[in-house]
Each structure stands twice: as C-alpha cells, then as structure tokens.
Write a protein that binds this ligand. Structure first.
Ligand code: F6P
Length: 541
C-alpha cells in the first residue's frame, strides 16, 4: 500500500488546502474551549497541543490515517514481541525493559521480563557497592570516579539523563562520559582523575564499535600505566555493558563483570537497559527505578489509550501533518531547563537515526518526505540566538517547549522569569503581532513591516510539576513513541540504521593511508586523495 494514495491521505491533503490559511488567532477567538479540549495528560506530563494549526476535523483525519496505516496493530505487535524490525528480523522490546517484575512475556523462547529483572538486580547490587565504597579498586581504595565509554545510544541516553538528573546524583562521585574517538575527549575526561579510584563502564551493544573499543583500550593503558601494574587490575576497574559476551571476554573483561542486554533493544532505545548502569551508579537504584516507572506509565498509555486520546500518537501525527502537508523540514526542541541541555542531542539520534529513511520496510521507495531534522537548545539561551528565525524567518519550524512548575533551585524570581519567557515565546509564535498593533505603538511607518510578527507558528507545550527521574522517564518514552507513530505512517523500519554503516567501513579502509602505513588507494576519489595527502604533509608523513 502506498499511504499517499489512500483515501485518508487524500482527505488530509484536501483538508490542508482548505485550512492552511486559517490563523491560530481566529481559531482561538472562535473557540474559547480550544485550549482545554486540546490538552492531554500522560503520567505527570500536561501536553497542550492547542497552538497547532489544526481543527477537530484535522485531528479526526490524522487519527483516521493512523488507523489506515495500522498503527494500533503495529503497537500491539511490538508489545507482543513480533519482529517489527523487519530488516534485521528482530523484536523491538524496549518497553519490556520497564515492565514490572510480575509481568510475564515470553518472546522467541526467552522469558524477557524475568531476564530484564535479573540484570536489573545485578545492576542494583553493583551500583550500591560502588556508591557505598564497598567496591574497591586494585589498590584497595574506593571508587570516586566513574567513566562511561560508549557512543551513540551507548552514550547519549545516560549522558543526557545524568545531566538532567544532576540534582539527584551523589555529588561525592565524579561521573563522566567519553564517546568521541577524538583523543581530546578521553584526555579531558581523565586529566584530573586518579586511576586508583576510577572505574570504567565500557558500554557497547555490539562491542565492535571502533570509537568505543579504541577509547577502552586507551583507558586500560591509562589505568595500568597509572597504577604501574599488570592486567590483574582490569577486573577491579572495568565493567562492560553489552550483548556480546565473547567480545567482552576477548577485550579482557571478565563476563562476571558484564551486564547484558539483548538484540531486541535498539541502540538508541537502550537507555533503560543495562546501558543505564553509569546513570544508576550516579543517581542510585531507587531513583533509577522511578525513571523506569515513568517510562512504563507512558508505555501503558501508548498501549491502552485510544488513538484519538493517545498523547504520543497525537504528537507523532502532528509531526506528520507539518512534515508532509506543510513541508516543514525541521523540528525544534526547546527545554526551559538547563538540566535538559543534552535532550536535543539525545533526541537527534532517537528521531533521525530512526526515521531518516527513504526506503519503506518492504524495500520500495518512500513516496513522501520522512524524518525531520531535530535540533534545539535550552531556553532562554535559544531566544538570544535563533528564535529570530522561528518568529520571522521564511521557514515553518514546529517547536516543543518543555518546562516545569517547580525549579530544582528556587532563587528569587528566576524560575518565574524563565517560565514567563517560555509561555511568552509560544504565544508570540502562535499569535504574532499585526501591522496595526505595531503602528499603534507609535512605530515609524518605515519600521512597521520589520516589527510585524506573522504568528501562526505552531508549538506544543509540555509542562510537568518538576524534573524528577520519573518525569524524565516519561519524556523519554513519550518521544520514543512519537518516533514510532511517524515511522508507522511512513511505513519505514524505524529500528534499523543501515545508513551509518558505509561511513564506518570507509573510515577503516582509509585509516592506513592517513597513518602512512599504506599509500592512498589508486581508485580513491580525487578530492579525498588530495585531502589525505595534505593531512599527511601536516603530520610530517
Ligand atoms: O552509529 C550507529 C550505531 O550503531 C548506533 O545505532 C549505536 O547506538 C551506536 O552505533 C553504538 O553502537 P554500540 O552500542 O554497538 O557500540
């Protein structure tokens, strides 16, 4: 089925032509109940989607499209553990990572929930031992620094959550994240650490990733050189998180010190698997459990709420509305919380690695636009940088505002001012300022057009009482399911990532030419060959 040829898609296209010029000003003026009606709740999150360029009819048509695309069936199939990641022939079960221990799910002969809780139990006891000082380094000193080595989904989730939950962390413990193969990353992360008190968590689903294995090898050298001992010290200073026991053993880490997960956890969906180990050490098992419970609350909402009242489904459908009918190319994430500064980066992998596809799951070309570019910065910083374009630029960019009732640090009126800015930005984007309103201020006529704010720029407002581990879990699951919704409409496999493989292979092939071990291949393209030659000159090779 070509989704764009269905009656449901055609109805939306026609409806779009009919309402594309309607303004949010008019929609709000004509309907005092709009904000109340277009606000959903999931867990602790209040999601106001009234400032979107939609009517009740738009939402009805979008839900009809979702039904036609088989969204409910796909959600159910995912929860049952069917192989909805078709190109890799795998189940997609990150939702099982947050199921309570008394749930029973057997998939492909595996007792999924039982296995998840077995690993969680080991993680808890490890985290407690590190936090209490019971886990000792090779020289008998307690661990004071934990360094997670991983990249992509093995870094972004725990790194984002660590920053987000800084206020919930054990401040006696230094927790750092090394991801980049740029040696600067490792050097800066370890420059003031004492090897005797440092524990490395090597996190890699495959345990074959060049960046992670290189950084892990460098870390092992750093540790052994620092302690002046042999490999025996590795056991007290390295643990692994992976699905690949053999590769972990080959690296020299005892599988006893390995925390496993499974191929049905995609890298970018893995932050609630053992990949969250460094986070659990930082915030403690209880807070980590709250995070899992937050995810589970939203998972259950996805599974049980009707599509028309299903918050992540509605947000995903709104994204489809802008991407496919308004031609929006990007989506801004604007957390009004400094603690969420890494959320946009985390969401970039989640959304763009999932839905940046141009072939459908059945191998046919996608007949319409797919994944948007996600980007963002915490407010109010973004206001003084790129909001000008959001307000008056020629591009439509839907935005998510995320804010909290209670601040972690209540200092004077600062939080009220922060939130006033958030609410004001969303209102200014939606309702703008007309030429008449600008002129009424006494603005000179020649300046009036420059001060007109066109408005009609859509946004969602996500408001929660406070940024707790549970609320963070809810936000994570919310976005995961937004991504799922869009992927189902576009009929793509949101759980593979073949597009990142070629670059990895080419880098491995090119590396010997850079080090001077080999000449540049004769069939290398002219541009790359010239750049490599220049690089070698710079390096004196
Ligand atoms: O860049 C591709 C990717 O496979 C991501 O999907 C993944 O999160 C990341 O690399 C890291 O992979 P691994 O956990 O296997 O080291």
């Amino acid at each position: 089925m070509d989704i764009t040829r269905t009656a449901e898609w055609q109805a939306l296209a026609e409806h779009h032509r009919a309402i594309e010029d309607q303004t949010l000003r008019t929609l709000f003026a004509e309907d005092p109940e709009r904000a109340a009606r277009m606000t959903g709740r999931v867990g602790d999150l209040l999601v106001d989607y009234s400032k979107h360029r939609v009517t009740d009819e738009t939402l009805r048509l979008l839900v009809a499209l979702a039904a036609r695309a088989g969204l409910r069936e796909r959600i159910d199939a995912m929860f049952r553990g069917e192989h909805v990641n078709t190109t890799e022939d795998r189940a997609v079960l990150h939702v099982a990572l947050r199921m309570p221990a008394d749930e029973d799910l057997v998939v492909d002969g595996q007792h999924v929930v039982r296995d998840v809780h077995e690993v969680l139990g080991r993680m808890r006891s490890f985290a407690d031992r590190v936090r209490s000082g019971e886990w000792r380094g090779h020289t008998g000193r307690p661990i004071r620094a934990v360094v997670n080595i991983g990249i992509g989904g093995s870094d972004l989730g725990p790194a984002m959550a660590y920053t987000a939950l800084r206020d919930h962390t054990d401040r006696e413990l230094t927790v750092r994240f090394v991801s980049n193969i740029d040696p600067t990353d490792f050097a800066e992360a370890t420059r003031d650490l004492d090897p005797a008190e440092t524990l490395f968590v090597v996190s890699s689903k495959t345990f074959t990733t060049l960046e992670t294995l290189t950084n892990a090898a460098v870390a092992r050298d750093w540790l052994l050189r620092g302690l002046g001992v042999d490999d025996a010290a590795v056991a007290r200073h390295f643990v692994a998180v992976s699905t690949n026991t053999d590769a972990v053993r080959d690296f020299g880490i005892d599988p006893e010190n390995m925390f496993g997960f499974w191929d049905w956890v995609g890298g970018r969906y893995s932050m609630t698997s053992a990949i969250g180990l460094s986070l659990m050490v930082a915030i403690g098992p209880e807070a980590y459990d709250e995070l899992l419970a937050g995810c589970h609350a939203v998972d259950e909402h996805l599974r049980t709420a009707p599509l028309e009242a299903n918050v992540p489904v509605l947000l995903g459908l709104l994204n489809v509305w802008y991407r496919n009918f308004f031609g929006a190319q990007s989506h801004a994430v604007l957390p009004y919380s400094q603690y969420l500064s890494r959320l946009p980066a985390y969401l970039q992998q989640l959304t763009m690695e999932s839905n940046g596809k141009s072939v459908r799951a059945d191998g046919e070309p996608v007949p319409t636009a797919t994944g948007e570019v996600y980007w963002g910065e915490p407010g109010t910083n973004g206001q003084h940088a790129f909001h000008q374009l959001l307000h008056q630029g020629t591009t439509l960019i839907p935005a998510d505002f995320i804010g909290f009732g209670e601040p972690a640090h209540d200092i004077g009126e600062m939080h009220d001012l922060l939130m006033a800015n958030m609410f004001a930005q969303a209102a200014a984007l939606a309702f703008g300022r007309t030429a008449e309103e600008v002129a009424a201020d006494g603005t000179p006529p020649s300046v009036v057009p420059h001060k007109v704010m066109p408005g009609n720029r859509p946004s969602s407002m996500i408001l929660a009482p406070r940024l707790t581990p549970g609320v963070l879990g809810q936000l994570i699951a919310l976005y995961e399911h937004v991504v799922l919704t869009q992927g189902v409409i576009w009929q793509i496999d949101s759980f593979d990532q073949w597009g990142v493989e070629l670059g990895k292979v080419m880098a491995r092939e090119l590396a010997p030419a850079l080090t001077g071990a080999e000449p540049v291949a004769v069939d290398q393209d002219g541009s790359t060959a010239a750049l490599v030659a220049e690089y070698r000159r710079m390096r004196g090779r």
